[in-house]
Design a protein. Structure first.
Length: 366
């Protein structure tokens, strides 16, 4: 993939890693400006290799030149996308928006977007841009995880949740927590610890009924940037002291329980929110490192967003008088009794590979 014609590329330095992007899709260019503007730079230093991506309109004649008939299916936990592999090359196929070719060894990707995707622009941006980016920046030491992260007093918490946390985030912000990532979080190992790094984003609004006299033709945005709504709540980074794994449904009461060290790695791997592409091994290393370097807790959320804050505050008041910070809150709130049951997540392990089929689904082959 050429990277010499810099007039056609936007240049970025994402937490120190170089990135070049070329986008020919107008509605995704706006998403690029909103999501990646903090990392934009005028030019890249000469002599350094950048990860490079192209986002192009879908044309079957062009796409077919980059496919391989010998690609084999790859298991994935998602039922909405299909993955294929041939050596260091991977293809992600999703008939809701298009497909992407990712070359892990070369650090390049191409995404082709359908003329009329059924997903909204932000979700297309995530799948056509952020998802391939995450695969290619990870070998360079920067993990991009679709997870929420918050901090208070320099201590960070990452939440792996299968559903919307808008209500909980608003409650935490009002209580003095800062946002590091409201939908995506950058993560890296630094000085023997796990560091959470900020990444711009938006969070999906929880469904709310319309007023009877409101204009039905007036669109309501599905996405909101909480850092624009609450001034001064962004935080650049924090050390990760705990990872909260949220149960996949809400219950009448909230609960939090610490996971024993011998179980945390497998539990975190099952709850991991993004499939990681590795040419020569099955699992990524970050879930294992998080289980070794941070506290892992399972959380059962209720229908009241404030209950998560109540759990943390109750724990803080019951801790030692000299203890402060979010890490102390987690340490004192978790269930340590061996007589009570520990909450468990349903199995979310990878399914067996799908049977061989044509690389392009019917809609993409039109």
């Amino acid at each position: 993939m050429p990277t010499t014609d810099r007039d056609n590329y936007l240049n970025y330095a994402v937490h120190g890693l170089l990135l070049q992007l070329s986008c020919e899709i107008p509605f995704l260019q706006e998403q690029l400006r909103q999501m990646l503007w903090p990392f934009e730079v005028d030019a890249l230093p000469i002599g350094f290799t950048a990860t490079a991506g192209q986002i192009k309109p879908y044309h079957q004649s062009e796409v077919l030149r980059y496919l391989s008939p010998s690609a084999v299916p790859v298991a994935t936990a998602s039922q909405m996308i299909e993955l294929y592999q041939e050596g260091e090359r991977f293809w992600m196929v999703d008939d809701r928006w298009g497909l992407a070719e990712i070359n892990v060894m070369k650090g390049t990707w191409r995404s082709w977007v359908l003329p009329h995707p059924t997903l909204d622009p932000f979700r297309v941006f995530e799948l056509a841009v952020l998802w391939p980016m995450a695969q290619l920046l990870r070998p360079k030491g920067l993990y991009m995880v679709p997870a929420v992260s918050v901090a208070r007093g320099g201590s960070g918490i990452m939440l792996l949740s299968p559903f919307n946390l808008e209500g909980e985030l608003r409650a935490l912000i009002r209580a003095g927590y800062n946002l590091i990532g409201q939908r995506w979080t950058a993560v890296r190992e630094e000085q023997g610890r796990i560091e959470l790094l900020d990444f711009p984003g938006q969070i999906e609004r929880e469904a709310t009924p319309r007023l009877r006299d409101s204009d039905p033709a007036e669109p309501i945005s599905r996405w909101v940037d909480l850092t624009a709504e609450f001034c001064g709540v962004s935080q650049r980074h924090a050390w990760c002291d705990a990872v909260l794994i949220v149960e996949p449904s809400r219950r009448p009461t909230a609960h939090i329980a610490e996971v024993a060290a011998q179980r945390s790695a497998e539990l975190m791997r099952r709850a991991w929110p993004i499939t990681e592409l590795h040419p020569f091994r099955k699992h990524g290393q970050l879930p294992l490192k998080l289980s070794q370097m941070t506290r892992c807790c399972q959380v059962q959320l209720s229908r009241r967003p404030e209950d998560l804050l109540v759990l943390l505050d109750t724990a803080r008041s019951g801790g030692s008088a000299s203890a402060t910070g979010a890490s102390t809150a987690i340490a004192s709130v978790v269930t340590r009794s061996t007589s009570g049951p520990i909450l468990t997540l349903p199995s979310a392990s990878l399914s067996s590979p799908p049977p061989p089929r044509k690389l392009l689904p019917s809609r993409l082959a039109m």
